[in-house]
Design a protein around this ligand. Structure first.
Ligand SMILES: Cc1ncc(C[n+]2csc(CCOP(=O)(O)OP(=O)(O)O)c2C)c(N)n1
Ligand SMILES: [Mg+2]
Length: 700
């Protein structure tokens, strides 16, 4: 190809991305055309010259990652996926293990693009990872993609340290991110950038679209910091490109990234939103609405494009993507597969471990080291029993790794002997995320997307600090394990700012999230068993600071009942029909057991149900649910040291809730339980009251 036609094909490719994006938004009558138009040359340069990506094998484990953090520019990504011919992959092996199916179907066809933003389309309004091959992570909430990318870069380092050998480099991928003003303004990005700078993640490159425009207008309305200086201060290497259309300078800047070995890179690129649109270029009007026929014709004319053609893909453009990105990616993938074969020959057990990890399976011996917890009236805090279980699991599952937001000594998440992950220690499995809960969760999403099984930990009250990323774990079906301790007023003296009230209801309201509040050490073991087997959804483990008695299982229901979400812990002696049901979770299970004893002294037969997980209980057959909570027994009490929101569904209109109606207070835990009336006596009284209500209502 001579240099003239080389220029032409570049321009043709860039303009194809632009026009596809404009046309799709126009057809959908909604969407964000301006940023794809402006960033087309940037994305194109990355994909043409840098990205190691095999479109025929989009889950190849050592592929470079491309993250569109400004997910509103989704048409940019769909255009790239379409033009580069990424195949649709049904992920039998979610992280590019051995068995993924090799479909010949495109992940995004031109027809799909024509159905942008319509029901059932693979081209959703914002990119959704679980829906479409080629989308590395779900983005749209600004800042999340930036946070995820730090986890992806961490995973590349960890996988490299674990599986590379002197002869075979199996993991050395880079992660590229496109980020907008909104991304850079979000707090999670600041946390993530700080962490990445500290960890010297030189395999991470963010490209900042410095277009000086957001929805309300020019960024000078709200954003006047010196971004380069900020990132310099965070330990990043900073490159600048004065014009997004200058692909030569872009290439140089990206080469600057490739050359760095000691810092992540930020490339600040000045662009004009809606590039080429006669009236809307450079204006916030190009951000989030169709351009309109007139502007589209004008923009197409300025590109030298047939003004009346829509969804036009010149046939040489996909061919060009094949010859650049495609050929480079296929070659790299072929070499990698060869290296993996040699790796398997030379290091069979390591290779086996890698296969298990990438296939999302548990090693055969994963649960062989689990501790046993004998009956103990004084008991142990669930954060402590959980820490023991975590250590036992870690010893068998190398890719179970994580850490806390500076609370490991409290959350019991430091695994002895597992080593620390740090700027120069990539094999470590204890992560120190710093006091950055939000970025911790966002990074864990990125780690989960890379084949690892991450956990992260903090106090339960700071659930709210990480919630936006947790929500994306749930939307994307990512098996991040959230270990959240100090779960109620039971934490005591730290007072109301640290005592969760509404967090349980809030967690239970998240679709696709498992929430557990185990009642004793043996429930903790069973909870972990369930969680480890469900890598396709996130889990929140709500654990106590204070000791809980370890229940005598020879007298009570087996803790295996945890796997059904709720189970009968204790029934009245002699098979008597219960007069009432007391439902407890976590620390209040033993309160309910004590209440049952009190009631029995006055001849009232109570059933005690331990209900560690609502969502798991909801998954059970109706017949099982009926066996635990028989409809006929309407006198019910739920006891939980939290707000009562949502409990009506289990206690019904005649039941009572014993728990918190306000924020807590600063005092020793036993005083607080008395102060707020969460005691066996209160539960017993509530049961009597509920029984009276039932009686009164049946007389009516
Ligand atoms: C967390 C979050 N807050 C708000 C929004 C709504 N929103 C979408 S894009 C955007 C800002 C647009 O400006 P910028 O990020 O610079 O993107 P550009 O228009 O330049 O592409 C906002 C506020 C969002 N997607 N995520
Ligand atoms: Mg902007």
């Amino acid at each position: 190809m001579d240099s003239k036609s080389a220029v032409d094909i570049d321009q043709l490719s860039i303009n194809t991305i632009r026009t596809l994006s404009m046309d799709a938004v126009e057809a959908a009558k909604s969407g964000h055309p301006g940023t794809p138009m402006a960033l087309a040359p940037v994305a194109y340069t990355i994909w043409r010259d840098f990205l190691r990506y095999d479109p025929t094998n989009p889950t190849w484990p050592n592929r470079d990652r491309f993250v569109l953090s400004c997910g509103h520019a989704s048409m940019l990504l769909y255009s790239l996926i379409h033009l580069s011919g990424i195949r649709r992959e049904t992920a039998i092996a979610p992280h590019g293990g051995v068995d993924q199916s090799k479909s010949q179907e495109p992940a995004v066809s031109l027809d799909d693009i024509k159905k942008f933003r319509q029901l059932g389309s693979v081209c959703a309004g914002h990119p959704e990872h679980h829906m479409t091959s080629g989308i590395e992570t779900t983005t749209g909430p600004l800042g999340q993609g930036c946070g995820n990318s730090v986890g992806m870069a961490i995973a590349a380092r960890w996988l490299g340290a674990r599986f590379n050998t002197p002869d075979q480099t199996l993991f050395d991928y880079d992660t590229y991110v496109l980020a907008s003003d909104g991304d850079l303004m979000e707090g999670v990005t600041a946390e993530a950038a700080s962490l990445a700078g500290h960890l010297k993640l030189s395999n991470l490159c963010w490209i900042y679209d410095d277009n000086a425009i957001t929805i309300e207008g020019r960024t000078e309305l709200a954003f006047s910091e010196d971004v380069a200086m900020r990132f310099g201060g965070l330990g990043w290497h900073v490159e600048r490109v004065a014009d997004a259309n200058d692909t030569v300078s872009l290439k140089k800047a990206l080469e600057g990234f490739k050359a760095r070995t000691d810092a992540p890179t930020l490339v600040i690129v000045k662009s004009r939103i809606g590039f080429g649109a006669p009236k809307k270029e450079g204006s916030h009007e190009a951000h989030g609405a169709p351009l309109g026929a007139e502007e589209i014709r004008g923009a197409k004319a300025s590109y030298g494009w047939p003004v009346d053609a829509s969804f036009l893909v010149p046939e040489q453009v996909p061919v060009h993507f094949q010859r650049t990105l495609g050929d480079r990616g296929r070659l790299a993938n072929d070499l990698w597969q060869k290296a993996r074969g040699e790796h398997a020959q030379a290091h069979p057990s390591l290779a086996h471990e890698l296969t298990e990890c990438l296939n999302g399976r548990l090693p055969t011996a994963w649960d062989t080291q689990l501790p046993q917890f004998p009956t103990d009236p004084k008991g142990v805090a669930t954060r402590i029993s959980s820490g023991k279980v975590l250590s036992a699991l870690s010893s068998q599952v190398p890719w179970l790794l994580g850490g806390s937001a500076d609370l490991a000594p409290s959350t019991m998440t430091l695994v002895a002997g597992a080593g620390d992950f740090g700027p120069h220690a990539h094999a470590g499995r204890n992560f120190h995320f710093g006091i950055r809960e939000h970025a911790m969760a966002a990074a864990c999403n990125g780690m989960a997307l890379s084949g690892l099984r991450p956990y992260c930990a903090t106090f339960f009250v700071f659930f709210d600090y990480l919630k936006p990323s947790l929500r994306l774990s749930a939307i994307g079906g990512l098996g991040v394990i959230y270990i959240l301790t100090h779960d109620s007023i039971g934490l005591g003296e730290d007072g109301p700012t640290h005592q969760p009230i509404e967090q349980l209801a809030s967690a239970r309201a998240v679709p696709g999230l498992s929430v557990f509040r185990p009642g004793d050490a043996n429930e903790v073991i069973q909870m972990w068993r369930v969680v480890m087997k469900r890598a396709d959804r996130p889990a929140v483990l709500v654990l106590t600071r204070q000791n809980l008695p370890t229940v005598d299982r020879s007298l009570m229901g087996s803790a295996e009942g945890v796997s059904s979400g709720a189970y009968v812990l204790l029934d009245p002696p002699g098979g008597a029909t219960p007069d009432c049901i007391l439902i407890g979770t976590g620390s209040e299970v033993s309160t309910c057991v004590e209440a049952a004893k009190i009631l029995s002294q006055s001849g009232v037969h109570a059933r005690v149900v331990s209900m560690p997980s609502w969502d798991l209980f909801e998954e059970q057959l109706d017949s099982y649910k009926e066996s635990v909570l028989p409809t006929a027994i309407r006198a019910r009490v739920a006891c939980e040291a939290a707000g009562g929101f949502g409990w009506d569904r289990y206690i019904g209109p005649l039941g009572r809730f014993v728990g918190m109606k306000s924020y807590g207070a600063s005092a020793p835990a036993p005083d607080l339980y008395k102060q707020f009336g969460i005691t066996p006596e209160a539960v017993a009284n509530a049961a009597r009251a509920s029984m009276e209500t039932v009686q009164a209502s049946s007389k009516k």
